[in-house]
Ligand binder design. Sequence first.
Ligand code: NAP
Length: 297
Amino acid sequence: MNIKKEHWRAILKIKELFPTLRLINQGLRIKNDVVSISEITSTVEKDAVLIVNNKNTYSIKSNPEVDQNLLKALQLYLPFIWIPLGNKLPVVYLHVAQSLDGKIATNSGHSKWIGNMENRIHSHRIRALVDGVMIGGNTLRNDKPKLNVRHVEGKDSVKIVITSEENNYDSLCTNNNSKIICIGPKNDKLKDPKVTYISVEKNNGVLNPSEILMALKTQGIRSILLEGGKETIKHFLKNNLISMMEFHIAPLLFGSGINAIEFDEIKEVSEAIQLNNPEYYPFGNAIMMRSYLNPKF
Ligand SMILES: NC(=O)c1ccc[n+]([C@@H]2O[C@H](COP(=O)([O-])OP(=O)(O)OC[C@H]3O[C@@H](n4cnc5c(N)ncnc54)[C@H](OP(=O)(O)O)[C@@H]3O)[C@@H](O)[C@H]2O)c1
């Protein structure tokens, strides 16, 4: 998805204005990169887009003369900014790059790069819009990711790793200007000065995902991009804590490897998780499917 620079700047501006906007319950008027808070009105000018703030949600008003690329950019990125009011827990968005047969890595843990460059740019945009980007311990150890925003304009979000182990966090410190949070069971031996440790109790080897989110809320985090891997996704999915899922589907067949999604075996198709109203976006030689779930907040 090619998004014009000025449209991306408009999205970043909306993110900046968003809290004020929600406070005064008004709308937004957008004209290319000019974004202003507007009186609530349903009159749409010829070349401007109006975003009407409606308590917990928003609607977009425009007319046919408006640049369709701006509308596409808003459709793609507003859901990461417009967080429902009064959520008890941070909103979790999942984004993975998978092969056509549903794998996010080979069995040896290799995954660079399943998604194409357009996908990497897209995920960096999401990183710039959310408060935190989260991974599991194996992804940190296998991929040594930076998790920063480097392919687009925008600020890094907080980097969150769920782990009970002592890890090397150097990759997360590359050009880093954000906090690194390690979330796991209490362990006084972990003392990396680059990292903020947050403890959550472990029961039967599992850290409760709702408690993880509650602990992150106390750190000021309201929205999280969950990047994987499979084990981490599984716990959030099982507990119905994912609001939106994005699958970048690459034209690759692995035939083996780590599944994007795994949960308890089902016997009949009717038991499958139904993804409602899926949206499809072309991404170069690949396609992205987005769908919203109904998580408990
Ligand atoms: N293609 C993609 O989009 C994509 C994205 C991300 C990752 N990946 C791939 O995914 C692979 C890793 O997947 P994975 O399933 O092996 O591992 P993972 O989900 O990255 O990490 C699993 C680890 O995370 C910790 N963890 C997460 N949730 C937990 C919970 N609720 N309770 C307790 N511990 C929890 C544990 O860490 P400790 O063991 O440290 O205690 C656990 O062993 C990597 O090879 C990576 O390349 C692909």
